[in-house]
Structure formats: C-alpha cells, structure tokens
Design a protein around this ligand. Structure first.
Ligand SMILES: [Zn+2]
Length: 263
C-alpha cells in the first residue's frame, strides 16, 4: 500500500450520517473511500462513566470508536478483585476481539472518563472490512499496540510502586482525554490500580504535596505534568500516546519517540 493512500482528516471534518462530528483518530486516518463505506454504520453514542461496553463472556455485538473520554480494560479475578490492564481513548477503538470476528472475550471494557463516540455492529464492520484494506491494517496495528500496552502495564503493576503507577496512570489518561481535570474517586482508582483506597489516598497525598496534582473526593486536577512526569515510572514513556496510540504508523515510517515533555 503506497504512503499516499493514507489520508488524515482533521477532527470535525468528517461526520456520521446523522451529522455528528468525528474526532476518533482511526476514523480520521482512513481514506475517503473507506470512510464512506463505514459511515452509514456509525451510530453515535453518549458514553457516561461506568457504562459497560463489554462484560466477560457476553456476546460481542459492537465495536466502539471513542471521540472523547476513556475506556478501561479490566480483569476481574474469581474473588472479585479487579485491576485495569489497558486504556482506550480517541486514539484507538474498543473491541479488538470483535473486530477480528471473535464472539466472546474475558476482558471487561467500561467507560471510566465520560465522553462520546460511535459504535458499529460486528456484522457491519466485517462486511466493510472485506473491501477496506487500509482500515484492516490500522485496526491490526492498533491491536498489536494495545497488546504491548497491556504487557507494559502487567510489568508496571508487578514491579513499580503505587506512587509511580498512579503518576503513570494520570499522564496516560490525560493524553487520552485532553483535559487537566477529570472525575474519579479514590475507590474507583484503587480498583483500577489493583490496590486499596488508603494506599491510593497516601499516594495522592504525596503527589499533592509535590505540587503535581490537586485531589478532591471526586476529581483530580493535574497542576504540573513536569512534576508528575518526575514521579512516574518509565512505563509512561513506553505506553505514551505518540508511541502506541497517536495514529498507526504509516508504511515505511519509523517510530520516533516524542521528546520528553517534562525534561
Ligand atoms: Zn511502571
């Protein structure tokens, strides 16, 4: 596939059939022809916090392309404990197993930061993909990227301390939601980080003392990405949006890490 085949529209230049503007980068990265093929199947969707997109072992009916907000990939163990293993925002899509024709998954995918986006039925997506090689390639590359993100998160959860992980999580989330403030509770964050509420509160207190964040009962505000970056482990650089999510690599284009924003 020639490089010239990849066109990138700007956010808002494309709409679905009902006129809702598109900000999702996958949908903005495909050619006009392929976008027109999928456009009639894009159903606009409001995505409030805690909306479950997939539950373990339930049939997979839709694939989701967020415009804004953040979706968590969560694993729940038999004793009811949960931990987040990945995040999806406007840089990607939720429902990789569904996109490749699988009908069930063990991973729960739940909206954590409110937003909106589009959903496409699995059957419609499969039909569109038969004549959309560029979309196929982009979805496949994003799937690999997400696998790498999950691998890095597994290592981080095992090897790095809660303050580092909390800082890493805040930076990754801010990359995806484009806002310095987002609604999140101590309880919910403890669940996502696989720890307990007192530990999260302790870590939040440390980051707040350093002037990196302002924390309230129901929201966190990032005051300084520079200070937060100094608290985060190396996993942020490994997972950061530009490397894995900032748009699939073009043919013949090498990965270049973004200069450290907090150096
Ligand atoms: Zn880490």
């Amino acid at each position: 596939m020639a490089k010239r085949d990849f066109q990138t529209a700007k956010a808002g230049e494309r709409t679905n059939a009902a006129g809702k503007p598109v900000s999702n980068r996958v949908l903005l990265s495909i050619s006009d022809n392929e976008y027109h093929a999928i456009r009639p199947h894009l159903e606009f969707l409001s995505m409030p916090p805690h909306l479950s997109l997939y539950e373990p072992n339930d049939p997979l009916e839709f694939v989701y392309f967020p415009n804004a907000g953040m979706v968590s990939l969560v694993i729940e163990t038999e004793d009811g404990r949960t931990v987040e293993v990945g995040e999806v925002g406007k840089e990607g899509f939720a429902g990789i197993p569904a996109a490749v024709g699988m009908r069930r998954s063990q991973v729960r995918e739940v909206v954590q930061i409110a937003g909106d986006g589009f959903r496409v039925s699995v059957d419609a997506l499969q039909r569109v993909l038969r004549s959309s090689p560029q979309l196929q390639l982009i979805l496949a590359r994003y799937a690999v990227s997400q696998g790498m993100q999950i691998a890095q998160t597994a290592a981080c959860n095992r090897l790095h301390n809660i303050e580092q992980r909390f800082a890493r999580w805040l930076l990754i989330t801010q990359d995806r939601v484009d806002s310095p403030t987002f609604a999140i509770t101590h309880d919910f964050l403890a669940t996502m980080l696989g720890t307990d509420r007192p530990t999260v509160s302790l870590a939040a207190g440390i980051l707040q003392k350093k002037g990196a964040i302002k924390w309230t009962r129901s929201a966190v505000q990032i005051l300084s990405r520079a200070k937060l970056g100094k608290c985060a482990c190396e996993c942020y650089a490994a997972i950061q949006e530009d490397r894995y999510g900032g748009g699939p690599l073009r043919q013949g284009e090498a990965f270049k890490p973004r200069a450290c924003a907090y150096a």
